[in-house]
Write a protein that binds this ligand. Structure first.
Ligand code: FAD
Length: 435
């Protein structure tokens, strides 16, 4: 039997952006029955970054309902009951397999039909799998990826089963570094393998990476750089037992975790909306070229006012803020009003062991480093400023306080002349800056 439900607003995807959009709808005044969130995950929207951090810890691990949105930004926890109370229909474990933007109907894999007046696309990204690149043996058991809570649950189960075994992490980006730390805290023998010459190459300079690599080495994590994993061996049960590297080395492994990147989930909308930079093209209100259809979070390619170009951002802070902005724009347009265009300063962070860094702005131009980058220091603390055309366009801080992080965010927004590095020094007043 074909069922069709109609809603004024539908959000497809039930991740970070969906949760923050729901809260903003309620803030703006939502009537019961107006909004539905359709998600293929089985749980209400949660703060995804927890999955590679506190979710994997052996003690005091983060578990739902502890990290449902919007705790990540210091807000009220939106439990499933919150959605029910507000009359928001949370359609979980429901995958949309067809989206007809012209007739404004979404169809689920079980044939359910959902009609909308306004749609917010918040499908996020999926992980890139080594099987897609034809890596030999990459379908062996106990090779894990991390995107959704169901992935993290499978990894946690195997952490318990393979206590103190050997873990190989493929990928030296933030997922690799965070999961590598969590596995070490779980007392595994950990090796991180990166094809790049240094870790977090997309953001870190070689010098910044050297600090983290040194710190990890002191924690007993091995890092092999400059050679990719090219194959896997499995035992007779089909479970992974070794990782083969391009340089000929073979690493024993009970568990492999792969973090080699993600791809925005835009397939459902191909040919129906304009695309750019692998994302769905939007204006500064996150509306696509199809009126009434918005895209937010990882999938949106939007005008980055500060840099006067089009960007797609795969970070949690943007997922939250773009969702809120789109909802405000939707409500304003219904009232015939206008709001300002999205004006974002990129912000990204990571946490592992006792380390915590923040980055604001753009990592282009020449980086200038300051502070104590000795990985053996009791409390290392350092920063970097990226300078382009005489202006500070990007700022980075390891071990900063909230106040200091706010200060470097202001610098990345204001883009002062590089001479104003003095200001940076002053604002990060407790930093021992030796330039
Ligand atoms: P998601 O949060 O990915 O949500 C998308 C949702 O859509 C999912 O629930 C998915 O199941 C659902 N969906 C997709 N297709 C369909 C469909 N066809 N039908 C129904 N539902 C569908 N960023 C940081 O800035 N800092 C960090 O420390 C950090 N750590 C991270 C750690 C991990 C393990 C991961 C995976 C990401 C991390 N990120 C981090 C990135 C950040 O989580 C994402 O940028 C953010 O979640 C994007 O939000 P989103 O709502 O666009 O997509």
């Amino acid at each position: 039997i074909c069922t069709k439900k109609s809603f004024k607003y539908v959000i497809i995807g039930g991740g970070v952006a969906a949760g923050y959009a729901a809260r903003e709808f309620v803030k703006q005044g939502l009537k019961p029955g107006e909004l539905a969130i359709i998600s293929k995950e089985a749980v209400a929207p949660y703060e995804r970054p927890a999955l590679s951090k506190a979710y994997l810890l052996p003690e005091g691990a983060a578990r739902l309902p502890g990290f449902h949105v919007c705790v990540g930004s210091g807000g009220e926890k939106l439990l499933p009951e919150w959605y029910a109370e507000k009359g928001i229909e949370l359609l979980l474990s429901t995958e949309i397999v067809k989206a007809d933007l012209h007739s404004k109907i979404l169809t689920s894999e079980t044939g359910g039909m959902f009609e909308f007046e306004t749609l917010i696309i918040a499908t996020g990204s999926r992980v890139l799998r080594l099987t897609e690149f034809g890596v030999q043996g990459a379908d062996a058991k106990n090779i894990f990826y991390l995107r959704e809570i169901s992935d993290a649950d499978k990894l946690v189960e195997t952490i318990r089963a393979k206590k103190k075994g050997k873990v190989v992490i493929v990928g030296g980006g933030y997922i690799g570094l965070e999961v590598g730390a969590a596995m070490r805290i779980n007392k595994f023998d950990v090796t991180i393998v990166s094809r790049d010459p240094w870790c977090m190459r997309q953001l870190f300079t070689k010098e910044i990476a050297a600090f983290y690599e040194g710190y990890y080495a002191n924690k007993g994590v091995k890092i092999i750089k400059g050679t990719p994993a090219v194959g896997f061996d499995a035992d007779t049960n089909g479970e992974v037992k070794a990782v083969k590297l391009k340089d000929g080395r073979v690493l024993q492994a009970d568990i492999v975790v792969v973090g080699v990147g993600a791809k925005p989930l835009t397939d459902l909308f191909k040919g129906q909306v304009d695309e750019e930079k692998h994302g769905i093209l939007t204006d500064g209100m996150f509306e696509t070229d199809v009126p009434g259809v918005y895209a937010v979070g990882d999938v949106a390619t939007f005008p980055m006012k500060l840099y006067n170009d089009m960007r797609r951002v795969e970070h949690v802070d943007h997922a939250r803020k773009s969702a809120e902005h789109a909802v405000r724009a939707i409500r304003a347009s219904e009232e015939g009003k206008c709001i300002d265009e999205y004006d974002y300063v990129p912000y990204f962070y990571s946490r592992a062991f006792n380390l915590s860094w923040t980055f604001y702005g753009d990592n282009v131009g020449d980086p200038l480093l300051f502070g104590d980058r000795d990985p053996t220091s009791r409390k290392p603390k350092f920063g970097a400023a990226w300078i382009k055309d005489g202006r500070i366009v990007g700022t980075f801080l390891e071990g900063g306080t909230d106040e200091e992080n706010k200060a470097i965010a202001r610098v990345a927004r204001a883009q002062p002349s590089a001479e104003h590095l003095e200001t940076l020094k002053r604002e990060g007043s407790t930093l021992d800056i030796s330039m």
